[in-house]
Design a protein around this ligand. Structure first.
Ligand SMILES: *[C@@H]1O[C@H](CO)[C@@H](O)[C@H](O)[C@H]1NC(C)=O
Ligand SMILES: *[C@@H]1O[C@H](CO)[C@@H](O)[C@H](O)[C@H]1NC(C)=O
Ligand SMILES: *[C@@H]1O[C@H](CO)[C@@H](O)[C@H](O)[C@H]1NC(C)=O
Length: 292
């Protein structure tokens, strides 16, 4: 009788051990740092991921410090519902030093996409970004986001807000004009908007975007969708997305707990304020190695 209980207990312990070991092993609780994909944010639990999301942060080749900073900001985040890949999106390199330093970044992080375009405001980089993806990616994503490099995205609330939404014909973001709540009148701010993969393919194939690439890039995307009678599913996520307090009239409001995106973070003290507000370092453990 007693022996049978011992055997049962041992078997149960073994099963539990194997269960947790494999869960941890297969789904490490945080970002997977590997040479092939530096910022691949896996879901932290054994929950099934619901969808995949590519976030392309459009930035300039010389913005080394900004990329370093954003790798920290996104590398410490995770999402329970999505697999997220974060890439920095550049236009053609123009300087000898860029070819060295960005090659080093690619070797170390592999999180850079260099498009065939020229770094200029409103010169069609957003068009080149979306229209190139089906040709250059090795696999598709459910959603593709275009984000600025002066926006703070909170990946868990972002992906939770996307989870219940349609996976096709979706155009999601922060609708402009600032005071509007109608995602069908206007367009999504360039701070960060999401398109479903079918719309990315449509941008790559249709002549409508190809023939309308000059002008404010975020406004153009809205124009393409309207001209093509696309994006029947549109979501403007206000007040969760906004500009930093005091930086842009009615597009700005105070920081709030349920935030998906804060935009127009140009200065270090603005970033500091935001990072403090959202307690981004609260998981830091005490250690003899540092005293913070
Ligand atoms: C890059 O774009 C230019 C202008 O659109 C084109 O002439 C050139 O062939 C492209 N280069 C590559 C490598 O695709
Ligand atoms: C683009 O627009 C021009 C001028 O309106 C027109 O002649 C041309 O056929 C259009 N091209 C495509 C590919 O739609
Ligand atoms: C940050 O932490 C403080 C103190 O624990 C808490 O009161 C506050 O609600 C937290 N802020 C957010 C946005 O979660």
């Amino acid at each position: 009788m007693f022996g049978r209980w011992v055997v049962l207990t041992i078997l149960l312990s073994l099963a539990l051990f194997l269960f947790f070991f494999f869960n941890l092993y297969m789904n490490p609780p945080f970002m997977v740092l590997s040479r092939t994909n530096a910022i691949t944010i896996k879901n932290p639990s054994h929950l099934q991921t619901q969808f995949s999301l590519l976030i392309g942060i459009l930035t300039r080749p010389d913005a080394y410090d900004r990329r370093h900073f954003l790798r920290l900001i996104y590398g410490i985040q995770s999402s329970p519902v999505a697999n997220i890949a974060i890439k920095f999106v550049l236009c053609t390199l123009t300087k000898e030093d860029q070819r060295m330093y960005i090659a080093l970044e690619i070797l170390r992080f592999d999180d850079i996409i260099i498009l065939n375009c020229t770094e200029n405001m409103n010169s069609g980089k957003t068009y080149t970004y979306f229209s190139s993806l089906p040709h250059i990616l090795s696999h598709t994503y459910d959603y593709v986001m275009k984000a600025d490099d002066d926006v703070f995205l909170r990946l868990a609330p972002l992906t939770s807000s996307l989870e219940p939404l349609p996976r096709i014909d979706l155009y999601y973001g922060f609708v402009i004009p600032c005071n509007s709540h109608n995602p069908f009148a206007g367009y999504m701010s360039g701070m960060g908007f999401v398109l479903s993969w079918d719309l990315v393919e449509w941008i790559a194939e249709s002549t409508i975007p190809a023939n309308n690439t000059l002008g404010p890039e975020d406004k153009l995307v809205g124009k393409w969708m309207n001209m093509g009678n696309k994006a029947k599913n549109r979501v403007s996520n206000k007040p969760a997305m906004y500009d930093y307090p005091g930086t842009n009239g009615r597009c700005s409001h105070e920081l709030i707990a349920d935030t998906v995106a804060v935009h127009r973070l140009k200065k270090r003290d603005q970033w500091l304020d935001v990072l403090k507000f959202f307690n981004v370092t609260e998981e830091l453990q005490p250690s003899k190695l540092y005293n913070i």
